[in-house]
Write a protein that binds this ligand. Structure first.
Ligand code: CO8
Length: 257
């Protein structure tokens, strides 16, 4: 399928989606989000794909939602069209998604990165929720996901001042999993994604589901949830294969990957 606002590539069991609106620093317009969801729908259906990388350009992962597109919207238009419904779909994917972020990840760009399962950041990455400078607030989950990631003090400061946060601070605060030199970002992302895609896909999806559950529930409920799914994995051939391979000192040959 031909896309206008994204580029798509697959290598083995890994898919790479590159946001591609260079003249607008990958500003996230409605058609881009629709194309992103169309690509993700395909990769979710494709049994040959085990992990997805989402990236932007060297200068910008994404500089936010598209401001000219939003500027003249009215309340009833937003209410009826509910553009955030499409954004939410990005964050509800069941296969693992890595955000590989270089340059600006601002506003909706930061929110999109946080919808992924974790963020690998180039040392050039800059994160922020500058919507306050436009007279609005984050609208695609930023006040919630950023607060869960970095805690109230820093989230509040970023949302109230619009200050940008460099990669090192973002890593210290727990927003990003790891920082790598900008020149190595994509290679690191491919390698990490290949590692994940080489595992048993049901186990990967269950692990993702359980970690996400930690944000939705109490500790006791979350542990109970994890326990049920842990026992459930013993119904898979991949559990038998994984443990047999360890004991036979060989690499596992998972059925579902
Ligand atoms: N939307 C549309 N175009 C943009 C955006 C954007 N968010 N950001 C940058 N651009 C465009 C600029 O207008 C400019 O275009 P042109 O050359 O035609 O004037 C081009 O990209 C290059 O930008 P700059 O010249 O400004 O580049 P600089 O290197 O000087 O600055 C910055 C880079 C700091 C990233 C700067 O562009 C900037 O501050 N951008 C806006 C950042 C921002 O405020 N983001 C938040 C947007 S609101 C939001 O994300 C709410 C999310 C809720 C989801 C809504 C769903 C409907």
């Amino acid at each position: 399928m031909e896309y206008e606002n994204i580029r798509v590539e697959t290598r083995g069991r890994v898919a790479l989606i590159t946001l591609h609106r260079p003249a607008q620093l990958n500003a996230l317009c409605g058609p881009l989000i629709a194309e992103l969801n169309a690509a993700l729908d395909g990769f979710e259906r494709d049994e040959g794909i085990g992990c997805i990388i989402l990236t932007g350009s060297e200068k910008a992962f994404a500089a936010g939602a598209d401001i000219p597109e939003m500027r003249d919207r009215t309340h009833p238009e937003f209410f009826v069209a509910d553009p955030f419904g499409e954004w939410d779909r990005v964050g509800r994917r069941r296969k693992p998604m890595i955000a590989a972020v270089a340059g600006y990840a601002l506003g909706g760009g930061c929110e999109l990165a946080m919808m992924c399962d974790f963020i690998l950041a180039a040392d050039t990455a800059k994160f922020g929720q500058p919507e306050i400078k436009l007279g609005v607030i984050p609208g695609a989950g930023g006040t919630q996901r950023l607060t869960r990631a970095v805690g109230k003090a820093k989230a509040m400061e970023l949302c109230l001042t619009g200050r940008l946060m460099a990669a090192a601070e973002a890593e210290r605060a727990g927003l990003v999993a790891r920082i790598v030199p900008a020149a190595d970002l994509l290679a690191e992302a491919w390698q990490t994604a290949e590692t994940i895609a080489s595992m048993s896909l049901p186990a990967v999806m269950v692990a993702k589901d359980c970690v996400d559950r930690a944000f939705e529930t109490t500790l006791a409920e979350g542990v109970r949830y994890e326990r049920g799914l842990f026992y459930g994995l013993f119904a898979t051939a991949d559990q038998k294969e994984g443990m047999a391979a360890f004991l036979e000192k060989r690499k596992p040959n998972f059925e579902h990957r």
